[in-house]
Design a protein around this ligand. Structure first.
Ligand code: 13P
Length: 287
């Protein structure tokens, strides 16, 4: 069932677990993620970046596919369809396309502009019964082959954004999208604690979930993180499993080239990755 993400994250914060946000890229990703969440009785958030939305044919296509699949597969756990790192215009498109949740990423604007735009979108999202995530402090990642280190968010700025009525907050605490470099210093728990002190029970979001050691994940959850975003790890497990299938020559045996066979190992690999995340984040058997 498609719902907004507010209730699921409020419950997660109270019971000290995190809901996985899994970025989807196509039908296989969506089906693998939904079926795993259903099997393990976990709430789940399907994240769609603007690039992935475009790739799938537009936000309306994504919304129609997810809603239809949710119904035809009998998904009886809470599912949020969430825009990931949206621009102002992207957020409006997703409100109109039937998403149930949006993220406005105004972290690259000066704080006053981020506040102004976030405030407008909070109103629009809530008028449409949608949840909204905002961001303070840029999250690092690879751009043109250079890995930028994650910024740490200013806790007073977090407080100002939290007071706008958003439903959950992404704050940079040294986390990075994609693989972590060897010299990564780890999550900055001091920053996380200071932010938590300023924002109370508002759920926090940890981006860059791929490759964070389990003990750091657990500590972050204990300090108020209730949503953890994972993208790269599913892409890697899908690619590795597909590579194995082709390298072992299976696509050349019988009808092994049939996409339903060719993509099956990657599909199963995504399921295993999502299962692992649900277990580590503690969201299993919560529904
Ligand atoms: P990773 O690709 O590092 O898992 O990060 C995903 C993410 O944060 C999406 O917003």
């Amino acid at each position: 069932m498609i719902v907004n993400a507010k209730k699921m994250l409020d419950e997660a914060i109270k019971s000290h677990y995190a809901v996985p946000h899994i970025n989807i890229n196509n039908l296989e990703w969506t089906k693998a993620t939904l079926l795993t969440a259903k099997d393990l009785r976990s709430p789940i958030i399907l994240g769609v970046s603007e690039g992935a939305g475009k790739y799938m044919g537009g936000f309306k296509v994504v919304s129609a596919m997810v809603r239809a699949m949710d119904e035809s597969l009998g998904i009886d756990v809470p599912v949020a369809l969430h825009l990931d790192h949206g621009t102002y215009e992207g957020c409006i498109d997703c409100i109109n396309a039937g998403f149930s949740s949006i993220m406005f990423d105004g972290s690259h604007f000066k704080i006053d502009e981020n506040i102004e735009k976030t405030k407008e979108l909070v109103k629009m999202a809530h008028n449409n019964n949608m949840s909204i995530e905002a961001e303070v402090g840029a999250i690092g990642g690879e751009e043109d082959g250079v890995i930028g280190m994650g910024e740490c968010a200013d806790h007073d700025e977090c407080k100002r954004i939290a007071e706008l009525g958003i439903d959950f907050l992404a704050a940079g605490i040294g986390n990075i999208h994609g693989k972590y470099p060897e010299n990564w210093k780890g999550l900055n728990f001091k920053t996380l604690e200071m932010i938590k002190e300023k924002i109370g029970l508002l759920p926090l979001v940890l981006h860059g979930g791929t490759g964070i050691p389990i003990d750091m994940i657990k500590k972050a959850i204990s300090l108020g993180v209730a949503k953890i975003n994972v993208n790269t790890e599913c892409q890697i497990s899908f690619a590795e499993a597909t590579r194995k299938y082709i390298e072992s020559g299976k696509d050349r045996e019988g009808k092994g080239f049939d996409p339903r066979k060719l993509l099956a190992p990657g599909f199963d690999a995504i399921k295993s990755t999502v299962k692992e995340k649900i277990e580590i984040f503690g969201s299993k058997s919560r529904v």
